[in-house]
Write a protein that binds this ligand. Structure first.
Ligand SMILES: [Zn+2]
Length: 307
């Protein structure tokens, strides 16, 4: 059963009717702490995140399932679904148990408005998953060595969830291309974003933007969210290699984006000039996300980069 159906049926079993909107399932806050006519409680359709805008409860499906006495998603359940969707794979994956991916040729044409030339630089591949969906697939290389793949949907307009198929947990994308652009332009500046599409939108207008592929990960049996350590060490190694002096974070205007900005700022501010910008608020979703940010906003990032 796809994760979305699993979650909806679990909710139905306790009389909650979830309304699907894109990647979110919206329900009235089930925690009983406040009135909620909005509804304010959102559950990612893959269970990776739940959040109430009313009482600020946050976590993942299993946190909510525990409170409502519903079925949890097992690690295996997650993995199966994530494999099917080519989504984030946690670094708890045991070695030697990695997914095989066979790209079916190079991608030709644009993707969600990203120019063909930009996609060819990475380079982009096409792949059909087990369900016959087309994916756009990118090798993630670090100093010439391929560390895995990351992917996006081709036929659906939704933003892909982040990682995929990597040997070493999360690593920034597209590391080698950004490295090359930084050396070539010599501007001593770097932009950090969350997702592949965010990075590609900026690279498309000649701004080297590195996607950290998700702000947070939840470690098993811990309630603490952390940034994967290899992300930070790779960013610092790239900055050293390219003489980067200023780093600007452009994360989404939501709770993880705010926490990520604070974390990166705190960690980098002593060694770099650290700046941050959030995309303008999006009335429809009540937040601002880089993937949907208007071109003028992207242009303002480019202006900072080139000045
Ligand atoms: Zn609530």
């Amino acid at each position: 059963m796809p994760l979305r159906e699993f979650i909806l049926s679990q909710l139905r079993s306790v009389g909650i009717n979830g309304k699907v909107a894109g990647r979110e399932i919206k329900i009235r806050c089930p925690l009983g702490k406040h009135h909620d006519n909005s509804p304010s409680f959102q559950i990612r359709t893959d269970g990776s995140m739940v959040h109430c805008f009313g009482c600020d409860f946050g976590g993942n499906w299993n946190d909510l399932a525990e409170i409502l006495h519903l079925e949890r998603l097992s690690h295996d359940g997650y993995r199966t679904a994530l494999k099917a969707k080519l989504e984030y794979m946690s670094d708890t994956e045991p070695p030697g148990n990695r997914f095989d991916v066979e790209p079916r040729g190079l991608w030709q044409g644009e993707w969600r408005g990203i120019r063909e030339e930009t996609l060819a630089c990475i380079p982009s591949h096409i792949w059909f998953d087990d369900f016959g969906h087309r994916r756009i697939l990118w090798p993630v290389t670090i100093y010439g060595r391929q560390a895995g793949w990351t992917a996006g949907w081709v036929d659906k307009g939704t933003e892909p969830k982040y990682l995929t198929l990597l040997e070493e947990g999360k690593i920034p994308f597209p590391f080698d291309l950004v490295h090359r652009i930084c050396l070539e332009f010599g501007k001593e500046k770097l932009v950090l974003v969350e997702g592949q599409y965010d990075a590609l939108r900026l690279i498309d207008i000649n701004v080297p933007a590195l996607a950290i592929l998700g702000i947070e990960e939840k470690k098993d049996n811990e309630n603490e969210y952390v940034i994967a350590g290899n992300i930070m060490s790779l960013i610092i190694s790239l900055c050293t290699a390219c003489n980067i002096k200023s780093i600007m974070s452009c994360f989404d205007r939501d709770a993880p984006g705010l926490r990520g900005t604070s974390y990166f700022g705190h960690t980098l501010k002593d060694s770099y000039k650290f700046l941050f910008r959030f995309p303008p608020e999006n009335r429809k979703e009540g937040k601002g996300d880089v993937g949907n940010a208007p071109l003028e906003w992207l242009a303002s990032i480019a202006k900072w980069y080139w000045q």
